[in-house]
Design a protein around this ligand. Structure first.
Ligand code: SAM
Ligand code: 2KA
Ligand code: SF4
Ligand code: MG
Length: 242
């Protein structure tokens, strides 16, 4: 069986973001990213700081670990990263999870396509706004979204843009306008990813959520968007593996 670079497997927990927020799920976090967002809350997946923790695992190894942690207390697995869409080898894990009757979600930024993406139940594409320092390749993003729209059940796709400032909100409007048939989620950006005082962090994030909601309320171009915080951050702060 083919190997997949894995940084962490955890859960059951709840999906704290986006289209299936609140869903009980396990997480598989792969190593490696083709981006380097300035505010990435999972930079250890690509900045070399957790290099020693990367395990090369087969789909069977991953399933064994999921069962060891979750037993029969899960029926949903979220694959995140890093960018899991860099890994053609995830095809075997996707097929295995499908055979087990487990629903699958993916978190990716829309920079790479893989054939197995069409077999995912809950696909979150999260293009990166200006504050990330990344530049969106719209030719590529159009191509990926077109393929997914044609090959999957429309219900399974969503877009999620993280918002830190006004330029990000403008970027989100453009994304929403460009892909107007795809459900759009705006997510509060966490600029204090090293803050250890959870009460302080949560108060700040709730204030930011309130201002983002207010901006959306006033904006006629955003009548169809959904505005969310990162629920896991409100519950557990910047803790890893939850
Ligand atoms: C760590 S990324 C991994 C998946 C993929 N690379 C991506 O960016 O979509 C998972 C999600 O967390 C979001 N995220 C990362 N850092 C964040 C932060 N500081 N505040 C809010 N959301 C953040 C990303 O935008 C993405 O939607
Ligand atoms: N609970 C929880 N929900 C999440 N949603 C997206 C996450 C991610 O890091 O991709 C994440 C995470 O790390 N934990
Ligand atoms: S694309 Fe995702 S994992 Fe990669 S740097 Fe950006 S937020 Fe982090
Ligand atoms: Mg996260």
């Amino acid at each position: 069986m083919k190997k997949i670079p894995v940084l962490e497997i955890f859960g059951p927990t709840i999906q704290g973001e986006g289209m299936v927020i609140g869903q009980k799920t396990m997480f598989v976090r792969t190593a490696g990213c083709d981006y380097s967002c300035s505010w990435c809350d999972s930079a250890f997946t690509w900045d070399g700081s957790a290099k020693a923790d990367i395990k090369q695992m087969t789909a069977d190894d991953i399933w064994e670990q999921l069962e060891a942690l979750g037993g029969d207390r899960f029926s949903h697995v979220t694959i995140s990263g890093g960018n899991p869409a860099l890994l053609a080898n995830l095809a075997e894990l996707v097929q295995l999870l499908k055979r087990k009757g487990v629903k699958i979600a993916i978190e990716t930024q829309g920079s790479k396509y893989q054939e197995w993406l069409k077999d995912i139940d809950d696909l979150t594409i999260s293009p990166k706004p200006p504050s990330s320092g990344m530049k969106t390749d719209f030719v590529k993003l159009d191509e990926i979204i077109n393929k997914l729209v044609n090959q999957t059940n429309q219900q399974s796709i969503s877009l999620k843009v993280v918002i830190f400032d006004e330029a990000d909100l403008q970027y989100a409007r453009e994304i929403h306008h460009r892909y107007s048939n795809i459900p759009m989620y705006l997510q509060v950006g966490n600029e204090d990813i090293h803050e250890a005082d959870t009460a302080k962090l949560v108060q700040k994030l709730l204030n930011k959520y309130e201002s983002l909601v207010e901006q959306v309320i006033e904006d006629k171009e955003l009548n169809q968007v959904r505005v969310l915080p990162q629920l896991h951050t409100l519950v557990w702060g910047n803790k890893r593996g939850v």
